[in-house]
Design a protein around this ligand. Structure first.
Ligand code: ASP
Length: 336
């Protein structure tokens, strides 16, 4: 499609109307929860900040070079999946049976194409498998063994389940199971979410030079989850969503994010209520979700103009963004 531009008397110059814009943006999260400065050593905090920056720069360089938002979110999430710091890939939490069951999804805004895997135990990078489901099958979501057989058949890296073992996550499982036992003994109905469930899901959103948005989310789910439990992260519309004007990745207690269809609700509110994506996100995180006890967590959002929002209703959320200027910004607690 060409537009005609008048540049002085008698001169007509045609320019493409789909000219690439200079606006690029990448937004990430590494999970929301009871993250307090007082509980963190300076070294651990520095490690998280450095890894968030590494992921941001990885995706930014792809976007800067003219790469797609889909490539950027996949590459960024992959960096987090390969790190033991986050509850995704290598650092995934353990289920009640002592297994690591991983979920991930990816979505391209311009085409509404999406792919996801759930409950996988041997795929090294679930986000790559999610993209393969999107691009190489006519389905959106593959689970368990079917997803693993498919991933192997398209040449993805398969690992022994023991690859996902980390002492830190194992110790968390023991702690949560102990708490659960004592809560049962006391016949207490206390919810255990703050006591020890590790939140640390990762997500990335990107806006590329063509103006296309993409979103990806990856997780090990909740510590001590039941065998076969699937959270919101691989559910399109709950933990992940992207369309032409809005991209969302969520983190928090997945059951609530599924019930409230959080990611899609934010984009739909922005569209139907003629509000900004950021305002819609704040409304859902601070007003809609807290209507139910347990609706804790946060989201990152990005719109097609490059506007970023990162609201959460927990003590902290690992998060960050980088815009066209290439300067990554990361934050962990309420204010920094
Ligand atoms: N939303 C994830 C789940 O419920 C957990 C998280 O975000 O930490 O599986």
């Amino acid at each position: 499609m060409l537009a005609l531009l008048l540049i002085g008397p008698g001169f007509l110059l045609s320019v493409p109307t789909f000219a690439a814009s200079d606006t690029i943006a990448l937004v990430v999260h590494g999970g929301a929860g009871t993250i307090r400065k007082s509980d963190m050593t300076p070294e651990t905090e520095a490690e998280y900040r450095a890894k968030l920056k590494e992921g941001l720069i990885k995706g930014y360089l792809i976007l800067k070079a003219g790469g797609s938002s889909l490539d950027a979110v996949e590459a960024t999430v992959r960096i987090f999946e390969d790190s033991p710091l986050f509850n995704a890939g290598k650092g995934a939490v353990f289920s009640a049976q002592g297994r690591n069951e991983l979920d991930a999804s990816i979505m391209e805004g311009s085409t509404l194409m999406a792919g996801a895997v759930a409950g996988v135990t041997t795929i090294k990078n679930p986000v790559i498998a999610a993209r393969a489901v999107m691009e190489q099958t006519r389905h959106v979501l593959l689970v368990g063994e079917g997803a693993e057989v498919f991933a192997a058949s398209v040449g993805l890296e398969i690992v022994e389940p023991s690859y996902f073992f980390t002492q830190k996550r194992w110790d968390s499982l023991q702690r949560v199971q102990e708490l659960e036992k004592s809560a049962r003994r006391q016949n207490s109905s206390d919810r255990l979410i703050d006591a020890g469930y590790v939140l640390g899901t990762v997500g990335a959103l990107a806006l590329d030079k063509e103006g296309n948005l993409a979103a990806a989310t990856s997780t090990g789910g909740l510590t001590n989850k039941r065998f076969g439990r699937v959270g919101d992260s691989p559910i399109i519309g709950a933990g992940t969503y992207a369309n032409e004007t809005c991209a969302v990745s969520a983190t928090g207690e997945g059951e609530y994010f599924i019930r409230f269809t959080v990611a899609r609700d934010i984009c739909a509110r922005a569209e139907y209520l003629n509000t900004t994506v950021g305002e819609a996100a704040k409304e859902v995180i601070h007003r809609v979700l807290p209507r139910k006890e347990g609706g804790t967590g946060g989201v990152i959002t990005l719109d097609s103009q490059g506007n970023v929002a990162m609201p959460f209703n927990t003590a902290g959320m690992y998060r960050g963004y980088v815009l066209s200027d290439g300067r990554p910004v990361v934050a962990i607690y309420g204010d920094q």
